[in-house]
Design a binder for this molecule. Sequence first.
Ligand SMILES: Cc1cc2nc3c(=O)[nH]c(=O)nc-3n(C[C@H](O)[C@H](O)[C@H](O)COP(=O)(O)O)c2cc1C
Length: 223
Amino acid sequence: MNRRDFLAAGAVLGGTVLATVLAACTPNRETTMTTPTPTPQPTEGASSPDSGGRVLLAYFSRPGENYYYGDRIDLDVGNTQVVAEMIAAATTVDVYRIEPADPYPDDYEETVQRNVREENDDARPAIANPLPDVSDYDIVLLGSPVWNVQTPMIMRTFVEGVDLAGKTIHPFVTYAVSGMGRVDSDYVDLCPDSTIAEGLAVQGEAAAQAQPDVQAWLRRIGL
Ligand SMILES: Cc1cc2nc3c(=O)[nH]c(=O)nc-3n(C[C@H](O)[C@H](O)[C@H](O)COP(=O)(O)O)c2cc1C
């Protein structure tokens, strides 16, 4: 992350604990960062029932008030969900949505504050829906927003709650300014017996136009 992005990320986060987090902000896996070119695409998508169980797409996304080019926007569908649905429409995957037992506030600043508390407490926010049986999957596409330059704590709940040993994980994120941040290195630490492979980072504001980049990424990773 360069200085400009650092300052911008500080603005996104309201100047919270970013400096501490950035000290470890060195992803050690290849990541595709993209600010997609505008191409109108449908974002309606669904899981593909004929996946044969090989690929699981698991994602967390929060609708509500969010960051939008330095301003705020009210999202009916979260940016990461838009990308998740694009992936599900383009290839054969089973989809699992990570639902927080205690939903995050609609309010952006309240969510930022709650996330800071969860990070400080090293919390594992509970997941409302039963965790999937991942035993039949070889590949897991793991999607989330970037929160405070890292993965939201609820993603830790997920990866610690299922057995991902021996599986290949491709992280995908949406972000405002910081790209993948340290999300892929978070998974390297959290999933030492998995292979953390090429990820995809999509700027949240441009999620609806990400289809060409999503398709190119899927091709590169063989899906
Ligand atoms: C609590 C919180 C923390 C965030 N921290 C960052 C950050 O560190 N870097 C960044 O680029 N964007 C950050 N964002 C912006 C989101 O990553 C971005 O808007 C993302 O596309 C939201 O995805 P979603 O709609 O699927 O939740 C943050 C947003 C929230 C709510």
